[in-house]
Design a protein around this ligand. Structure first.
Ligand code: SAM
Length: 303
């Protein structure tokens, strides 16, 4: 199995892990144009256009078909995180940190309460691309926005504090589409650091990838689906289009909900299928293996 990742690897938006942010933008752009969207993200298409201007080639039709097949998942996930931030603001939290923000446009599109500040952490080139795109389109954030360009395997808490983050204030943290791209050890360190920088009443929202996602049989069935899609499209297995799971660290991981509970966070969790049903986005019949077997975990630090 190809191992595409190394300890200190970095990327631009059109490369490796960076491209996954464009995949999410594709799903958000699609949802935005549906008749009854769960949310609208007018910026998603701008990112795709800007990437295309830089020479990024859209994935081939079979991959677009796969991205579309999990459109209901991607839309439900975006909506869930949107609601998390809106509820955090309504409960008096004015400081938010979006970990691995990619092309998340929430700082621009959500109705933030006055005085809110949004810190975004991601790789420098990813955040530079994002800033350039917003600048070129004269788009202004709806909260005070602070980019913190750093790899999450480095000392990001120092970079965050240096950027003005106040650990004595309650914070709303979000990790969407991040955890499998971090080694298991880096995931543990990430949560240690979040906890250390969370004042009482902080909240957290996490897309959690548990043992079910890294189950070898499940991963093999996802890979087989990709092989079949390529075969049907008449392209070879080495057509250069990465299978997302080749960018993941497939390792046993700490259970996020259990860890947060042990550290005095009040935790609620909803499985991906249940979430999609809640938003009317689950399809009857056979479950598509491309649908990530994740849980959406929300914590509130009360201790
Ligand atoms: N959360 C965003 C969203 O939902 O639109 C982006 C999700 S995208 C699937 C994954 C993002 O994680 C990419 O933007 C990538 O650059 C970022 N990422 C992955 N590993 C990272 C790391 N070690 N340090 C900083 N960013 C990282």
């Amino acid at each position: 199995m190809p191992m595409a990742r190394t300890d200190g690897d970095s990327w631009d938006i059109t490369e490796g892990v960076g491209q996954t942010a464009l995949g999410v933008a594709m799903a958000r752009a699609e949802e935005t144009t549906t008749e009854c969207p769960l949310f609208t993200d007018p910026y998603a298409q701008l990112f795709l256009d800007a990437a295309a201007e830089r020479g990024w080639k859209q994935p081939p039709p079979y991959m677009i078909q796969r991205i579309r097949s999990i459109g209901g998942y991607a839309a439900s996930r975006t909506k869930w995180f949107d609601e998390f931030f809106i509820a955090a603001g309504a409960n008096g939290i004015q400081q938010s940190v979006i970990l691995a923000a990619g092309l998340d446009a929430r700082a621009w599109r959500l109705p933030w309460v006055d005085g809110s500040v949004v810190y975004e952490i991601d790789q420098p080139k990813v955040l530079a691309f994002k800033a350039e795109t917003f600048r070129a389109n004269d788009a202004r954030p709806a909260a005070r926005y602070v980019a913190v360009p750093i790899d999450l395997r480095q000392d990001w808490p120092k970079a965050l504090r240096d950027a003005g983050f106040d650990p004595s204030e309650p914070t709303a943290w979000a990790a969407e589409g991040l955890l499998p791209y971090l080694p298991a050890e880096a995931q543990d360190l990430l949560f240690d650091r979040i906890h250390l920088h969370s004042a009482r009443d902080s909240r957290i929202a996490v897309e959690s990838f548990g043992a079910g996602v890294f189950d070898p049989e499940y991963l093999a069935s996802r890979r087989e689906q990709m092989r079949r899609l390529r075969e049907e499209a008449g392209v070879s297995d080495d057509d250069g289009v990465p299978d997302t799971q080749d960018l993941w660290y497939i390792e046993d991981r700490t259970d996020v909900a259990a860890w947060l509970t042990e550290h005095c966070w009040d935790v609620t969790s909803v499985g991906s299928t249940e979430l999609m049903t809640r938003y009317g986005r689950s399809k009857p019949g056979e479950v598509d293996v491309a649908l990530p077997r994740t849980a959406f975990v929300e914590g509130h630090l009360t201790g």
